[in-house]
Write a protein that binds this ligand. Structure first.
Ligand SMILES: C[S@@+](CC[C@H](N)C(=O)[O-])C[C@H]1O[C@@H](n2cnc3c(N)ncnc32)[C@H](O)[C@@H]1O
Length: 221
């Protein structure tokens, strides 16, 4: 499927898929969305000193990058596991060039994150390990040992890819959550909130990132 590089409102780039009329991040700011929805309301909101994060949709690696930077800064030993069915290409990674938005350290981290072999846990820094799973989430089963503290649910929108926002998917993610795990997503749809609540998450609506009134957060209480 054709993908195009586009600019977003905060100066960071993202990918757009014309055939789906869908982009990888908010056009109101890719980096702003990633920082606010996933990093601040998810990762930073969890008290664990050594959290395990599971991301749905590795995509451009932007969420992985901002999390790795925060893990290094706060010296929080973080395990980051991300699943992706359609990896981006080396040309796209180079064009996105997210590390350059920050620092030399981030340029290096972004390269390491993308260079990491698929399906193999890799130590990216003293405080950040990465496992990129090349698989289809709809067919993926978690093992008993895989337990997570923070879930970044960053699939394409529920209107564009409804099969990713179904009860069976939410339920298998719920069962892979530790107690007090935090589930965050940019969607604020009532239907999604109800499905997540039915799985067992205590749901709340939070103010959304620029361009969105609200987002959803669930806790496994
Ligand atoms: C909204 S984008 C994710 C953005 C990403 N988190 C980032 O920081 O760039 C959704 C991602 O989910 C991936 N995806 C779509 N269907 C999938 C599936 N069935 N299993 C795993 N990943 C899937 C897409 O290829 C895309 O990379």
């Amino acid at each position: 499927m054709e993908r195009r590089l586009i600019d977003t409102a905060d100066g960071s780039k993202t990918l757009f898929i014309p055939a789906m009329d869908e982009q990888y991040h908010s056009v109101n700011g890719a980096l702003t969305e990633s920082n606010y929805v996933f990093l601040q309301q998810g990762y930073c909101a969890h008290p664990s000193a050594s959290p395990a994060v599971f991301e749905v949709g590795f995509g451009t690696g932007l969420n992985a990058l901002v999390t790795a930077m925060e893990a290094n800064k706060s010296k929080r030993k973080t395990r980051f596991v991300s699943i992706e069915k359609y990896p981006v290409t080396p040309d796209e990674i180079q064009a996105l060039d997210y590390g350059r938005l920050f620092s030399e350290e981030a340029i290096h981290l972004f390269q390491e994150i993308h260079a990491a072999e698929w399906n193999k846990e890799v130590t990216v820094s003293d405080h950040f390990s990465l496992l990129k799973i090349h698989a289809d989430l709809t067919e993926y089963d978690f093992t008993e040992e895989q337990k997570f503290d923070v879930i970044y649910f960053d699939a394409f929108g529920p209107d564009k890819q409804p099969n990713m926002w179904q009860n069976d998917i939410f339920l298998k993610i719920y069962h892979a959550c530790r107690q007090d795990a935090i589930f965050v997503t940019y969607s604020a749809k009532g239907e999604i909130r109800r499905k997540l609540a039915a799985c067992g998450f205590s749901m709340e609506r939070l103010p959304g990132p620029p361009g969105k009134r609200q987002m959803l957060r669930g806790i496994n209480k």
